[in-house]
Design a protein around this ligand. Structure first.
Ligand code: UT7
Length: 349
């Protein structure tokens, strides 16, 4: 049976290291609070005006392609997962196609936030299984630090996020001892605004009532961004942290078990869980709930914070580089985040 395998992987994080103490210079927070609640010690920020989400994605993609032994001319489809695209439109996929001087292949952007890489992997896997494509470049990248609120008002969100990129090349395999065994995707839009970047946007107050954004005076004309949004600096991501945490710790174990059970496996068969790096406390909760040993779970949020769509490929790449994911290992990737969306993938490395 034809299925996809990860033929090459790479990651890129920018050079600028921002510690928790660095953040205390601009907002009321502390190293102690951040480490205790999230496990994060530092994160990376991209270089302003010199890097972008797509440029970081390209840097990771070059390494993934080199590891797969392919070049841009071999890629027949691009999938780019991000919530912090260079432009509102067009998406980052076409910018990668241009930067890498690829053929005029299809380029798809995925808007599924923390689950973006898993959603992208599932889409790529279906294209490979159907025989449509033979070399898919899948990228997850974020440049969060360009869009965060660095005042104390935004501290519950801002301290968590970091920048970076991860990429894989997917190729077909008929070897039943390797490749993506299954993917599992879910969503519940009931929680859409619990973790969201609302403005600027075309909602016009539709979901939330108009008075908050000052739409009343703007009957005609562009209302994507209102003066009130600007005056009140209502232009940043918002999160109800505890509500997200509560559902995350339910959905992570569920979707991990769904992947294992779909393939006739149990917890003891799992060699490595690569969870989306949302919060070390969430990973530890999931580990305890599933009774996984320390060597069965990989975490690197301490160094990079939450890099959303990039977190799973960055963690998978580092785990592989450190020899913690080896040929033949049963690996589960799992993510949960804004939407809410969540998902998992089970693969034989
Ligand atoms: O990847 C996408 C999915 N996202 C997640 O999975 C995130 C899930 N949620 C979380 O990780 C946690 O809820 C947070 C880390 C975001 C927050 O931790 P928490 O333990 O839920 O804290 P909290 O929001 O309940 O806030 C507790 C207190 C508040 O002060 P009061 O009202 O008790 O006086 C906050 O104002 O901590 C305050 N606070 C901070 N203090 C210092 C919030 N952020 C900060 C901060 N520094 N950065």
């Amino acid at each position: 049976m034809l299925r996809s395998k990860i033929a090459g992987i790479g990651h890129y994080v920018p050079d600028w290291v921002v510690s928790n103490d660095d953040l205390t210079k601009v907002m009321d927070t502390s190293d102690e609070w951040i480490q205790e609640r999230t496990g994060i010690r530092e994160r990376r920020y991209g270089a302003r005006h010199q890097e972008s989400t797509s440029s970081m994605g390209v840097a990771a993609a070059k390494i993934a392609m080199e590891n797969a032994g392919v070049g841009p001319e071999d890629i027949d489809f691009v999938i780019f997962a991000t919530l912090s695209p260079d432009y509102y439109f067009p998406g980052c996929g076409v910018l990668v196609q241009r930067a890498l001087k690829m053929r005029d292949v299809g380029a798809l952007d995925v808007r599924n936030q923390c689950s973006g890489f898993i959603y992208g992997l599932s889409v790529g896997d279906q294209f490979i299984r159907s025989g449509m494509y033979k070399n898919i470049l899948l990228i997850g990248a974020e440049f969060h630090s360009m869009g965060l609120d660095f005042s104390t008002r935004g501290r519950n969100v801002t301290v968590i996020f970091g920048d970076g990129a991860g990429a894989v090349v997917l190729q077909p395999t008929e070897d039943e001892n390797e490749g993506v065994l299954s993917t599992h995707l879910h969503s519940d839009g009931e929680y859409a605004e619990k973790l969201a970047f609302i403005n600027p946007g075309s909602h016009g107050g539709y979901h939330l009532g108009t008075d908050r954004f000052g739409y009343e005076d703007l009957e005609f004309g562009g209302v994507f961004l209102t003066p009130k949004m600007w005056e009140e600096q209502d232009l940043f991501p918002n999160m109800e942290g505890q509500a997200v945490f509560k559902i995350a710790v339910q959905k992570f174990p569920e979707v991990i078990m769904e992947a294992l059970e779909a393939n006739g496996y149990g917890i003891s068969d799992l060699d490595m869980l690569i969870p989306h790096q949302a919060n070390l406390r969430i990973s530890q909760f999931v580990q305890k709930r599933l009774q996984l040993r320390d060597d069965q779970v990989f975490n690197n949020i301490q160094k990079y914070g939450n890099t959303t769509a990039a977190s799973v490929p960055i963690a998978l790449c580092e785990a592989w580089q450190e020899g913690k994911v080896k040929k033949g290992d049963l690996v589960c990737l799992a993510a949960f985040g804004s939407g809410f969306t969540w998902g998992s993938a089970l693969l034989r490395w």
